[in-house]
Design a protein around this ligand. Sequence first.
Ligand SMILES: C[S@@+](CC[C@H](N)C(=O)[O-])C[C@H]1O[C@@H](n2cnc3c(N)ncnc32)[C@H](O)[C@@H]1O
Length: 331
Amino acid sequence: MAASTSPSLSLDIHLGAEDLRAELERDVKSGLGGARKSLPPKWFYDTVGSKLFEEITELPEYYPTRAERALLELHAADIAVLARSDTLVELGAGSCEKTRLLLDALAASGEVRRYVPFDVSADFLKASAADLSRDYEGLQVHAVVGDFLCHLDAIPGAGRRLVAFLGGTIGNLVPTQRRRFLAALRGSMGPSDHLLLGTDLVKDVARILAAYDDAAGVTARFNRNVLSVVNRELEADFVPSRFDHVVRWDPYARWVEMHLRSDRDQLVHIGALGLTVPFARDEELLTEISAKFTPAGVEAEMVRAGFTVDRQWGADHGEFLLTLAHPGSRR
Ligand SMILES: C[S@@+](CC[C@H](N)C(=O)[O-])C[C@H]1O[C@@H](n2cnc3c(N)ncnc32)[C@H](O)[C@@H]1O
């Protein structure tokens, strides 16, 4: 479904309000109905959640955004020369802030015609895309609202595309999802496209945990926001303050887990589903995993999905990693 807004700014909606509601109903039924409760992290990101995430990126403890930005500042020019793209696609674009470094580098090394920010958070995406379109005269901004786990085929295919997936967002997928996602992405890409993947690296566990449990409590508010989303969308009666923000490192899976832990025995009613969900005291609801990687591990996953890695930046004792790859065999 296309909704044009101006000649240089257009919007495609592949996930409208009704689709979102149907998906949320499914996820709440399956995620809260079983013995081990969980919700997918995409439900954090209504407008309030997207703004809270932006606040998180500026916290002293949250190193990933600063580390990734520093890598882009140093290496965006190299990336642009290697990719030689005229179209930048960004999956999970959020505020589109780091994007500007890539757009500037692509413009400096050739001609960048089009930017395609793709995100599930419609209102936030519209606002970010409009800001960017105002600042980059002559750039076609074609925003797409969708779920990158289902709607990769909705991304416009024309041009030599650089598909950026930044922020370590791929770490929110469990390994089987990651495998399927990377294979689907590879299948959707043409021979002259490139993928730029941002992944957080394994490091000192205390440093990782602090990034998800900041002293000011912003991440705790972000975590509890998912309950407000379910309250609003599905007429539920979660009392967010009755759930504690809990963060834990899994040394075997090498990921951080965020949970909401019930501080008492309680019943939550999901009005729109006619569902009553019991929570025992100390019972946890898993809201996010954030996997941490090694450079070799990232390369292995990309090769398994059918990519060839051109180059990695940050691999040498860095905090964060950028990997540029293209579909198929070495050129
Ligand atoms: C961790 S934030 C990263 C934002 C930005 N790329 C950055 O690097 O700061 C994840 C972004 O992905 C979006 N997102 C999460 N799950 C998604 C999904 N399944 N499909 C599309 N977008 C999704 C969120 O709305 C959010 O903007």
